[in-house]
Write a protein that binds this ligand. Structure first.
Ligand code: ADP
Ligand code: MG
Ligand code: MG
Length: 371
């Protein structure tokens, strides 16, 4: 699935770069899309860069829907940032249309390409090097939610249906367990019980959303550290990127997914469970940054839902790994036969520790809500 030079060239022409561009190079460390930086000379002899991306259409089946969501949200953000007195060219992605006015370009193999402004003087971190960055991360994703607080979330396309429907995820798990096509259930009885004992939990947030207790928000759905660009001079969070999975959803889910991987002390596939812990001091840092930005816009019910989000996003993720293990590793890439089971175990360890410290997790949220 490499990019042919012919398709890259066609994409460059489609967005009007053609022969004028100084050079093009593969860029960043993303795992989903193919990303390039395109450098264009300016009249005063300087250079100006763009980001050209081939969108992964195995993951995103509806590129037109994805681009419609991104255009809507980024145009809106530009106005919000102007009103805040910020710099819309650095604080949000902006989409650039093709020469013919389309939101994306389809190459000879039917693969979609899109183009963004390059965010100058920014840095991207693959992992938390300083705890401060995790605070910044919470603050940036919180600010993003606040900026989009009045955006009509229900007008967004649900480009990956039921992405965080934990009830459906539980149903998928039950089905995989029932079929047990690889006869692997005997190898993971403990993990299976762990999930089955938590069926009720899976409904907690879904139910509150269905009853209208929790509102739908514009959610990012990939709230990783490397989807924030930091200002190279100030070290502060600058711009949220990677907007492919923008969808209507719950604040608690974005929050929870950040905590799931950001407040863990080991890799997702660490085999030695003694190394896997939920670090509540990292959780506290994220909560602090997040609530500083959002405490005035979240409803009291949403604030209360945040610790549940952490628990449930972690449970959901573990459940998905275990489901894939039972189904014979058809979804996640695996390096060895038990890889998905190992991943499920780390997630369940984290869930277990969150459950034990749940009261403390709630207290921390309360603490940072006070003015
Ligand atoms: P993926 O879905 O593959 O992670 P991203 O959209 O996150 O794709 O892009 C991959 C990387 O490219 C980012 O982590 C970041 O380092 C860099 N990048 C993406 N967009 C921009 C941009 N507009 N300006 C500067 N760097 C960017
Ligand atoms: Mg990314
Ligand atoms: Mg992505």
């Amino acid at each position: 699935d490499g990019v042919s030079s012919r398709d890259l060239e066609d994409a460059l022409y489609a967005f009007g770069f053609g022969l004028q561009c100084s050079y093009v190079k593969p860029f960043g460390e993303g795992h989903i899309n193919e990303t390039y930086a395109v450098y264009m000379p300016t009249e005063d002899g300087d250079e100006f860069a763009y980001i050209l991306q081939r969108v992964n259409n195995n993951v995103f089946k509806d590129p037109a829907g994805v681009m419609e969501n991104i255009f809507g949200v980024t145009e809106y953000l530009r106005n919000v940032i102007r009103e805040e007195g910020g710099d819309p060219d650095r604080e949000t992605l902006s989409c650039i249309k093709t020469k013919t006015g389309c939101t994306y370009f389809e190459d000879s193999e039917g693969q979609p390409w899109r183009c963004y402004n390059y965010i100058p003087n920014s840095v991207c971190y693959q992992l938390v090097e300083e705890p401060e960055q995790f605070y910044q991360s919470g603050n940036s994703f919180g600010h993003f939610l606040k900026q989009l607080g009045n955006y009509p979330a229900s007008s967004l396309k649900e480009t990956i249906p039921d992405f965080h429907n934990t009830v459906k995820r539980f149903g998928n798990f039950q089905r995989a367990l029932h079929r047990d096509i690889k006869n692997r259930a005997v190898t993971c009885r403990g993990e299976i019980s762990f999930v089955l004992e938590r069926e009720q939990d899976c409904g907690v947030l879904v139910q509150q959303q269905e009853e209208g207790i929790l509102p739908l928000r514009v959610t990012h759905n990939d709230t990783k550290l490397n989807n924030i660009l930091f200002d190279a001079d100030t070290g502060k969070g600058l711009c949220i990127i990677d907007l492919d999975t923008i969808m209507p959803g719950l604040a608690a889910n974005d929050f929870g997914d950040s905590i799931r991987f950001g407040a863990a002390t080991a890799e997702e596939d660490e085999q030695n469970l003694d190394l896997v812990h939920f670090d509540i001091s990292l959780y506290e840092l994220y909560v602090k940054g997040y609530l500083e930005a959002t405490k005035d816009v979240l409803t009291p019910e949403e604030v209360e839902s945040l610790p549940w989000g952490a628990r449930l996003m972690t449970l959901e993720c573990g459940m998905r790994f275990l489901t894939d293990y039972l189904e014979g590793d058809t979804y996640f890439k695996t390096a060895y036969p038990e890889h998905n089971l190992v991943r499920a175990r780390t997630q369940f360890r984290l869930v277990d520790e969150m459950e034990q410290q749940f009261d403390r997790m709630k207290e921390i949220v309360k603490k940072y809500c006070q003015n």
